[in-house]
Design a binder for this molecule. Structure first.
Ligand SMILES: Cc1ncc(COP(=O)(O)O)c(C=O)c1O
Length: 334
């Protein structure tokens, strides 16, 4: 079981530079879904570097306000993806057929019985089943309604099971979050959020988890003291409190996504484009996906190719980035 291969990710510029013989600094990297207009941290006071974090109260209060639910700080939502399979008992674990592959990897690593689903309503929960949803999904860009998700969470609760919703890409559309509208949320619900995508602070390694107190205690034991660094807590708190930037950035990203969709629709049938406000995903035939990925890479533009699913994910970019992509696509013959 432990000869499982860890999943590949976007952002592997060094490998692309070697393969296509283009220096790293000459690439336009559109292979991730990280906001290109990221939040800019101020200088960090010396005392923040010098002292260990005492408590995370300020950070977690800011997170509660931003997300609309009480949250536990973690060193990136990836930490929870790796750790939950070690603490949650399961009969079967249901994962989307296509999604962020780390979920599948870690449940398999911990030897759970992993199943895949094409649609949530096809699942008939049994005793101690776990259902994982990535909402919006990366890379398919599909959204599930919170009513559907909560209904499934309640059905799982009746079977002593858990529901995990990975909302890493939800910050552009908080009205679609399961937290929206101050609902009473079931005890078996776990929600993951990330400062890496919308805030564009992937290197900060900061995320949040919503879950029952008993689960949080188990996770805190695994986390130990100071797992979230003091600079991460300091920067994260300021970013979460900056509602002016958040509102403005949601508008900027919506505009950039609309423009990217328009650009892509000049080269690919619009019905094959799905979008969130952080990335667009093209659902292509296999040879077309290979051709597009290779063509752009030869022009120094890195897209994310999901080989098994024949999808290409294109991250949002600035006006200059779009112009460069447009020029590359104009000479793509397929
Ligand atoms: C859907 C999804 N969830 C979670 C993560 C992990 O993000 P982080 O650990 O930076 O919060 C990623 C990273 O790409 C992702 O795509």
């Amino acid at each position: 079981m432990n000869n499982l291969q860890p999943p590949h990710h976007g952002g592997r510029l060094q490998a692309a530079a070697r393969q296509f013989k283009i220096p790293v600094n000459d690439w336009l990297d559109l292979s991730t879904g990280i906001n290109p207009f990221s939040w800019q941290p101020p200088p960090i006071p010396q005392s923040v570097w010098q002292c260990l974090p005492d408590t995370y109260d300020g950070l977690e209060q800011a997170a509660h306000r931003f997300y609309g639910a009480p949250m536990m700080a973690i060193p990136g939502s990836q930490w929870a993806i790796q750790t939950l399979p070690a603490v949650i008992p399961s009969n079967r674990v249901w994962l989307p057929r296509e999604a962020y592959e780390e979920h599948r990897f870690w449940w398999q690593y911990h030897q759970h019985d992993v199943r895949t689903y094409a649609a949530l309503d096809a699942i008939e929960p049994a005793f101690r089943d776990v259902v994982v949803v990535v909402n919006p999904n990366n890379p398919t860009a599909e959204f599930e309604s919170s009513a559907t998700l909560l209904q499934m969470a309640h059905r799982l609760q009746a079977q002593d099971g858990h529901m995990i919703i990975d909302e890493a890409f939800m910050d552009c559309t908080p009205e679609q979050s399961v937290f929206h509208g101050n609902k009473t949320l079931p005890e078996n619900l776990i929600v993951l959020r990330s400062l890496g995508k919308f805030f564009g602070l992937a290197g900060l390694r900061l995320g949040f988890l919503f879950g029952a107190d008993s689960l949080q205690s188990q996770l805190k034991q695994k986390l130990g003291p100071w797992a979230v660094s003091h600079p991460a807590a300091y920067v994260g708190e300021l970013a979460l409190l900056d509602s002016h930037w958040q509102q403005q950035t949601r508008r900027t990203l919506q505009q950039a996504s609309t423009e990217l969709q328009g650009l892509l629709a000049r080269h690919v049938p619009p019905t094959q484009i799905q979008a969130t406000n952080l990335f667009c995903t093209l659902d292509l035939r296999s040879e077309m996906a290979v051709s597009l990925h290779r063509h752009c890479a030869r022009q120094g533009i890195l897209l994310r190719h999901f080989e098994h699913w024949h999808r290409i994910r294109v991250g949002l970019t600035t006006k200059t980035g779009r112009q460069r992509l447009e020029m590359a696509l104009q000479c793509w013959n397929f």
